[in-house]
Design a protein around this ligand. Structure first.
Ligand code: NAP
Ligand code: MG
Length: 500
C-alpha cells in the first residue's frame, strides 16, 4: 500500500462514501492494524460516518516504538547522520507542502472536527506552517555552553535530544496542537510517535504523507490511530518511549502522570482551563464585548483557553451584558464548510450531550439564561449544533463556573472591586489563561500580576504567537509549549568534564 493510495481512500470515502479504512504509519510504511480492526470517524455537522481508520493495538505500539527506536538509536541511520541544517530544511519543506495543500487539509479538518472552514483554512493551517518554520529556524541554534570555571579542566554542556517522543493530541485543534509538539521535537533531533484524537485523526494521515514527501526518514514520525485508553496508555507506559507530550483533559493528564512514573518519563501536560475574562468599569466596552464573544465562542468554545467565566464590574454590568447578548443573538451556528460560518458543530454527539448537560445544570443551580441554551438543527440535519449560550447572575461556586464545559457556554459573574475580581478569578483549580479589559494601564498590570494563569491578555483575547510560551498554572498542567521554552522540554543537558 503506497502512501498516496492511503489518503486517496480517505478522500474517496469522505467525499463519495466508498468506505475503505485509512492506515497506520509505522517505520515509513502505511499498514493496517495487526488485527485488522478499524473504527469510524464521523462528520459532526451531519452525524454521518466519513470513513474508517485503522484501530491500532498494543502490538502496533510495540512495532511503532521499535521502528522509532531504530530511527533514533542507529548511529548509521539517516536521522542520526543528518545535520541540524538538513533537519531544518525538512521542517521547512513540511510547512511548504502543507501550504501547497492548505485547502484540501483545511477541508479534511473541518469535515472531521466540525470547525468552520474559516478557522481551519485561515487560522489553524497557516499557524501550523508558521510553527514548522519557526522551529526550522531553531534547529541550527541549539547548543550547550562552555563553562570555564577551573584552570585544570575543560567543562562544557551539550543539549541532546531525549529520544522517542509520544505526542498525544486532543480533537479541538488536531493539527495545530500536533505541530506544537512535533516541530520542536524534530528540530531538536528527537523522533515522534503521533497519536491523534480518535474523533479527528484524518488530517494527521494526510500530513503524515506530506512529511514523507518532505524527506522525513522512516521511523522518525509514526502515526498511530486508535483508542487513547489502549494505545495512548501503552505509549505512556512503554519503556522504549522517553517523553510524553500530552494535551487533553485534566483527568487523563493525571493518568498520564501516574503511568509515566514507573519509567520516570519526561512529561509535559497541557490540560483544561476555566479562564476568567475580567472587564473593569473603565474598559472600552465595545471592544470588550467583541473580546468576550470571541473569547468563548471562537472554536465553538472547545478551546482550552476559552474565556468561559466573564467577570464584569457591577457598575457596567447591565449595559455590558445587554450589548453582549445582542451580539450573541446574531451569531448562528451554520454549515462548517460555508466560508461565512463562524460557529460550527460540536465535535461529537457525546460532547454535545455533555455541553447540554451543563446548560441544564446551570438552569437548575439558578443561573439566569440570557442567550441560547438549545441544540439546533441546520437545514433539518442531524448535526451536533448548540446555540451560543450565556448565563448571567452566576455564582463562582456553581458547577458551570467551576468545571470546564468545553463548549459555547459562558458564565457571567458580577464583581464589586478589583481585589474581589482577582480573588474570584483565582478561585478555580485551573490556571491556563485569563484576560483583563481596562483603559487604566496601572490597574490592568496589577490585575495581570495577581492572576494565576500561564497567559494573561490585556485588552485582547485568544491571541497567540509561536514565539510566546503557552501553558498552565495549577491543574492546567506544566511545561510550556511554543517559543524557546519548548526547546528545553525536548532536550537533556549533558555536562562534559575533560580533565587537563
Ligand atoms: P482527552 O480525552 O484527555 O484526550 C486527549 C488525548 O489523549 C486523545 O488523543 C485521547 O485519545 C488520548 N487518551 C485518552 N485516554 C488516554 C489514556 N488513558 N492514556 C493516554 N492517552 C489517552 O481530551 P479530549 O477530550 O480529547 O480534549 C479535551 C480536553 O483537552 C479539554 O479538557 C481541554 O481543556 C484539553 N485541552 C487542553 C489544551 C491545552 O493546551 N492546555 C489544548 C486543547 C485541549 P482518544 O481520542 O482515542 O480518546
Ligand atoms: Mg470526526
Amino acid at each position: 500500500m503506497t502512501a498516496i493510495t492511503a489518503i486517496e481512500e480517505v478522500m474517496i470515502a469522505a467525499t463519495k462514501s466508498k468506505i475503505q479504512p485509512a492506515k497506520l504509519l509505522i517505520g515509513g510504511q502505511w499498514t493496517d492494524a495487526s488485527d485488522g480492526k478499524t473504527f469510524d470517524t464521523v462528520n459532526p455537522a451531519t452525524g454521518q460516518v466519513l470513513t474508517q481508520l485503522a484501530s491500532a493495538n498494543v502490538a502496533d505500539v510495540d512495532r511503532a516504538v521499535a521502528a522509532a527506536r531504530k530511527a533514533f538509536d542507529d548511529p548509521a541511520g539517516a536521522w542520526q547522520k543528518m545535520s541540524a541544517s538538513d533537519r531544518a530544511k525538512i521542517l521547512w519543506r513540511i510547512a511548504d507542502l502543507i501550504e501547497q495543500h492548505i485547502d484540501e487539509i483545511a477541508e479534511i479538518e473541518t469535515l472531521d472536527n466540525g470547525k468552520p472552514i474559516f478557522e481551519s483554512r485561515y487560522v489553524d493551517l497557516p499557524t501550523v506552517c508558521e510553527v514548522f518554520r519557526y522551529y526550522a529556524g531553531w534547529a541550527t541554534k541549539i547548543h550547550g555552553e562552555t563553562i570555564n570555571s577551573r584552570p585544570n579542566a575543560f567543562t562544557y554542556t551539550l543539549r541532546e535530544p531525549l529520544g522517542v517522543v509520544a505526542a498525544i493530541v486532543p480533537w479541538n485543534f488536531p493539527l495545530l496542537l500536533a505541530s506544537w509538539k512535533i516541530a520542536p521535537a524534530l528540530a531538536t533531533g528527537n523522533v515522534v510517535i503521533w497519536k491523534p484524537a480518535s474523533q479527528t485523526s484524518l488530517s494527521a494521515i494526510r500530513v503524515g504523507e506530506l512529511m514523507q514527501e518532505a524527506g522525513v526518514p522512516p521511523g522518525v514520525v509514526s502515526i498511530l490511530t486508535g483508542s487513547g485508553s489502549v494505545i495512548g496508555m501503552a505509549l505512556v507506559k512503554h519503556p522504549g518511549v522517553d517523553k510524553v507530550a500530552f494535551t487533553g483533559s485534566t483527568s487523563v493528564g493525571k493518568d498520564v502522570m501516574r503511568n509515566a512514573a514507573d519509567t520516570v518519563k519526561r512529561v509535559t501536560l497541557e490540560l483544561g482551563g476555566k479562564s476568567p475574562n475580567i472587564v473593569l468599569a473603565d474598559a472600552n466596552l465595545d471592544e470588550a464585548v467583541k473580546g468576550a464573544s470571541t473569547g468563548i465562542f471562537y472554536g465553538k468554545g472547545e478551546v482550552c483557553a476559552a474565556g468561559s467565566r466573564l467577570l464584569v464590574d457591577r457598575k457596567i454590568h447591565d449595559e455590558f451584558v445587554g450589548k453582549l447578548v445582542e451580539r450573541t443573538k446574531k451569531l448562528k451556528p451554520g454549515d462548517p464548510l460555508d466560508p461565512k460560518t463562524r460557529l460550527g458543530a460540536i465535535v461529537s454527539e457525546q460532547q454535545m450531550n455533555s455541553v447540554l448537560g451543563y446548560i441544564d445544570a446551570g438552569k437548575k443551580e439558578g443561573a439566569k439564561l440570557v442567550a441560547g441554551g438549545n441544540r439546533v438543527s441546520i437545514d433539518g440535519g442531524a448535526g451536533y449544533f448548540v446555540e451560543p449560550t450565556i448565563f448571567d447572575a452566576v455564582d463562582n461556586n456553581m458547577k458551570i463556573a467551576q468545571e470546564e464545559i468545553f463548549g459555547p457556554v459562558l458564565a457571567t459573574i458580577p464583581f464589586d472591586d478589583i481585589e474581589q475580581a482577582v480573588a474570584i478569578a483565582n478561585q478555580n483549580i485551573y490556571g491556563l489563561a485569563a484576560a483583563v479589559w481596562s483603559n487604566d494601564v496601572k490597574k490592568a498590570h496589577a490585575v495581570a500580576r495577581g492572576l494565576k494563569a500561564g497567559t494573561v491578555w490585556i485588552n485582547a483575547y485568544n491571541l497567540y504567537d509561536v514565539a510566546l510560551p503557552f501553558g498552565g498554572y495549577k491543574q492546567s498542567g506544566f511545561g510550556r509549549e511554543l517559543g524557546a521554552e519548548a526547546i528545553n522540554h525536548y532536550t537533556e543537558t549533558k555536562s562534559v568534564w575533560l580533565q587537563l
